[in-house]
Design a protein around this ligand. Structure first.
Ligand code: PLP
Length: 439
């Protein structure tokens, strides 16, 4: 840790990073997403340092994971303490696991009174899908264009992007797709609010034309992350929930990346007081320890007999102890309020940048999760994936780490740890402004 530290200014890759990246090229599968070419060594709060000792402000939080900041001392201490006590016991209850379940249920709307602890978001969405089938006795799942729910086969099947499925064989039958509210690129060429959320009516059309009358559950993200940080207009999710109720379909909200303060509320469902039948949690819940959870109702979980669903590492004492620390940190450090305040500041800066940068087509976000969509031309909205690669590299060279997502890879994701200070937010926005001026 006692490395010489300097702020990154020149090229993206330092000498030690370059050396280690050779190992990656020689031994790794090479199937992971492309980030700036640096090898990271350690982190603290909203900052990361690479193996060459260069400092970066982090706008990635892993991929919306480290909400309480990198290596929060309280989280680190909790893991260290638990590591000397007990690491894993399959399915035996332990005090940390039970306490996580109790506290998570306490944070939920009243009806979500049962918690099933898992390790990854994909496990949580898979479990939700299976539970929907078992409970309703219906095979079908409604999902959305552009939706992302993980990379296991069931979760992939519920994904609404062909690129995630191409060449991976036959997807699970019985998943149907309806358009999400991607207002910047409305699939119907309409504009909000004049459209009166026309896309919602497609749920009925899909139900009537594509399904076998067998839809038991609907899964949806509060905002679409992987497809480009796409935020539906206020009221859209309520409309989806109402459709579920009217059609006797379980409403499954996938908050794997949207919860734990990210959108400026502890849980994204709070914005519209949603009452999903199932809530999938992950990422920020552990802020670095691998915890995920499926929250649901006792009546729904009761369709499973003991032993029918489980996970080798789910609710393990190490990760549970970490998650308890994360919950404490949220209570003690007002991270949700910080996400609101800093998020407002950053969104304001981006909106100003949008006025002067001819490539920044759309700026959108809530709390501390924002998408900057780059286009070659603001009139035609032709996506600019090459521009986002430039932004990633130029920002990294100046000490700012960002990632990209989207249908076309043309959206820069802005999702710093929720502990980011006003000074760090200002400095990092200054870097982005400079990068955009140079495009
Ligand atoms: N659901 C959503 C909305 C996600 O964003 C992700 C991951 O990015 C997942 C599920 C899958 O989570 P994991 O990668 O932990 O399996």
């Amino acid at each position: 840790m006692a490395k010489k530290q300097s702020r990154s200014t020149g090229s993206v890759t330092g000498p030690r990073s370059a050396e280690l990246l050779k190992i990656s090229r020689e031994y790794e599968a090479g199937c992971m997403s492309q980030q700036a070419a640096v090898v990271l060594d350690h982190g603290r709060g909203a900052k990361l340092w690479d193996v060459d000792g260069r400092e970066f402000i982090d706008w990635t939080s892993g991929v919306l994971v480290t909400n309480v900041g990198h290596c929060h001392p309280k989280l680190v201490a909790a893991i260290q303490k638990q590591a000397s006590l007990l690491l894993n016991v399959y399915d035996f209850p332990t005090p940390p696991r039970l306490e996580v379940a109790r506290r998570l249920v306490g944070l939920m709307p009243k009806h979500l009174n049962r918690c099933f602890l898992l390790t990854t978001g994909s496990e949580a969405t898979e479990a939700a899908m299976r539970l929907s089938k078992r409970y309703t006795g219906r095979n079908g799942i409604m999902s959305f264009w552009g939706g992302f729910h993980g990379r296991t086969m069931g979760a992939t099947s519920m994904g609404g992007k062909a690129s995630g499925k191409k060449g991976f064989g036959t997807m699970l039958p019985g998943v149907y797709f309806s358009p999400y509210a991607y207002c910047y690129r409305c699939p119907f060429g309409e504009s909000y609010p004049k459209c009166k959320m026309h896309c919602l009516q497609w749920l009925d059309k899909v139900m009537a034309t594509e399904t076998a009358g067998d839809v038991g559950g609907l899964i949806v993200e509060p905002y679409q992350g992987a497809s480009g940080f796409i935020f539906p207009p206020d009221g859209w999710l309520t409309g989806v929930q109402e459709w579920c109720r009217a059609n006797d379909v379980l409403f499954i909200l996938d908050e794997v990346q949207a919860s734990f303060g990210r959108t400026g509320k502890m849980f994204a469902l709070e914005h519209e007081k949603l009452k999903p039948n199932m809530l999938c949690l992950g990422k920020g819940i552990g802020s670095g320890v691998t915890t995920a959870a499926l929250m649901s109702e006792e009546r729904i979980f009761s369709c499973l007999s003991p032993g029918e669903m489980s996970s080798t590492h789910g609710g393990n004492p190490l990760c549970s102890a970490g998650t308890l620390a994360v919950l404490d940190i949220f209570e003690e450090e007002h991270l949700v309020a910080n996400a609101v305040a800093i998020g407002r500041y950053m969104l304001g800066r981006f909106r100003k940048m949008q006025q002067t940068c001819r490539y920044l087509g759309d700026v959108r976000g809530k709390g501390l999760v924002m998408g900057l969509e780059f286009v070659k031309d603001k009139k035609t909205k032709e996506p600019g994936p090459g521009l986002t690669v430039e932004v990633i590299n130029r920002a990294a060279a100046q000490g700012l780490l960002v990632g990209r997502v989207g249908y076309y890879g043309s959206v820069i994701r802005v999702a710093p740890p929720l502990v980011i200070s006003r000074d760090e937010a200002e400095r990092s926005c200054d870097i982005m402004e400079k990068v955009l001026k140079g495009l």
